[in-house]
Design a protein around this ligand. Structure first.
Ligand code: NAD
Ligand code: AHE
Ligand code: ZN
Length: 370
């Protein structure tokens, strides 16, 4: 089968819509007709060439929704016609990670998804005139059809609007889960959110639902405050308005520091500030942002000796196949926002324009009609 996909041939070079051969799913794989995909900053990060796992040519994309077209041998949990969200964080329910009860990371297919191929034969299911095109994050959703491992697909209710719930493939769950699963923010807590894009706003939404008493948003774009108030941000600080380091500004504002902070940018200097604005004795900082290859975090170990805790989160700690359907149900019951994060809708052919939009003010998520 040949279908259109947006191929990234080289870092930062415009994606090219090509007719790509999409091979049938092998054992333990499914082929999905992707109907809608959004763009996440991690796609832009890999496209930039700074991701050590970025391989070219590849088909990017990991925040999407679609319908199962066919399944390979031995696939029992989904069938053609099922509505699904591809999940870059797999959940096999059998590996050491899945059984540990301590993490949402899964070990079953990660070695293959990190090098752009499928587990079975260590080959790609995408090709153009016989030349293989690498997969990305085990999802490759910038394509009308994609092949993913069956452990990387969450079956959702057919009633859910796919043009909205595609967002539940990455950014929104990541922010909510960072608060609910990773930090486990308690009612009454003071929370600081660094970076008010989709992920940071979802952190704010999660913190509000958890009953946080103050949710302080920090962003270098002061226009973000207006929109952020709708997601639960109660106070706003622009580091550019202060001469003091931002961690000191926050410590002064909160009688010694915040209970929880979240870095949702991918900037290692901000990660340090996010840790150091936490309260002595118990403050916890969660790294959510993805920093480029070669970047490293640092702080005085004394910060940790005196009780601050530094953590990180992948997909907000949610177990994908088990919990994405639950998040979709929560959206259907209007218990979590999704529509509010979608600021732009474009056609698949406008994908390069969508990448440009990501750098513009006022853009949270852009959804493409594939
Ligand atoms: P975004 O670009 O929409 O938002 C980032 C925000 O940070 C913007 O509002 C920007 O103005 C602000 N900002 C930039 N530099 C700043 C600074 N020095 N101080 C304060 N604010 C600053 O991005 P997003 O889609 O919300 O994603 C955020 C990060 O999360 C990215 O690094 C992305 O790759 C990562 N991410 C991680 C996971 C995960 O599982 N850990 C999942 C999804 C996304
Ligand atoms: N290949 C990158 C890893 C980037 C990264 O940390 N990815 C996050 C998801 S970002 C989604 O937008 C993640 O879940 N990581 C855990 C994992 O297993 O990949 C790099 O920098 O090396
Ligand atoms: Zn993402």
């Amino acid at each position: 089968m040949a279908f259109e996909a947006a191929v990234a041939y080289e870092p930062n070079k415009p994606l090219v819509i090509e007719d790509v051969q999409v091979a049938p799913p092998q054992a333990g794989e499914v082929r999905i007709k992707i109907l809608y995909t959004a763009l996440c900053h991690t796609d832009a990060y890999t496209w930039s060439g700074k991701d050590p796992e970025g391989l070219f040519p590849c088909i990017l994309g990991h925040e999407a929704a679609g319908i199962i077209e066919s399944v390979g041998e031995g696939v029992t949990e989904v069938k053609p016609g099922d509505h699904v969200i591809p999940c870059y964080q797999a959940e096999c329910k059998e590996c050491k990670f899945c059984k540990s009860g301590k993490t949402n990371l899964c070990g079953k297919v990660r070695a293959a998804t990190g090098v752009g191929v499928m587990m079975n034969d260590r080959k790609s299911r995408f090709s153009i005139n016989g030349t293989p095109i690498y997969h990305f994050m085990g999802t490759s959703t910038f394509s009308q059809y994609t092949v993913v491992h069956d452990v990387s697909v969450a079956k959702i209710t057919p009633e859910a609007p796919l043009e909205k719930v595609c967002l539940l493939g990455c950014g929104v769950p990541t922010g909510l889960g960072a608060v609910w699963n990773t930090a486990k923010v308690e009612a009454g807590s003071i929370v600081a959110v660094f970076g008010l894009g989709t992920v940071g706003l979802a952190v704010a939404e999660g913190a509000k639902a958890a009953g946080a008493s103050r949710i302080i948003g920090i962003d270098i774009d002061s226009k973000k405050y207006d929109i952020a108030k709708n997601f639960g941000i109660t106070e706003f600080v622009n580091p550019k308005d202060h001469e003091k380091p931002i961690q000191q500004v926050l410590v002064d504002l909160t009688d010694g520091g915040v209970d929880y902070s979240f870095e949702c940018i991918g900037n290692v200097s901000v990660m340090r500030a996010a840790l150091e604005c936490c309260h002595k004795g118990w403050g916890m900082s969660v790294i959510v942002g993805v920093a480029a290859s070669g970047q490293e975090i640092s702080t005085r170990p004394f910060q940790l000796v005196t009780g601050r805790v530094w953590k990180g989160t992948a997909f907000g700690g949610f177990k994908s196949r088990s919990q994405v359907p639950w998040l979709v149900e929560k959206y259907m019951k209007k218990e979590i926002k999704v529509d509010e994060y979608i600021t732009h809708n474009l056609t698949f052919g406008e994908i390069n324009k969508a990448f440009d939009l990501m750098h513009e003010r006022g853009c949270l998520r852009c959804v493409l009609d594939v």
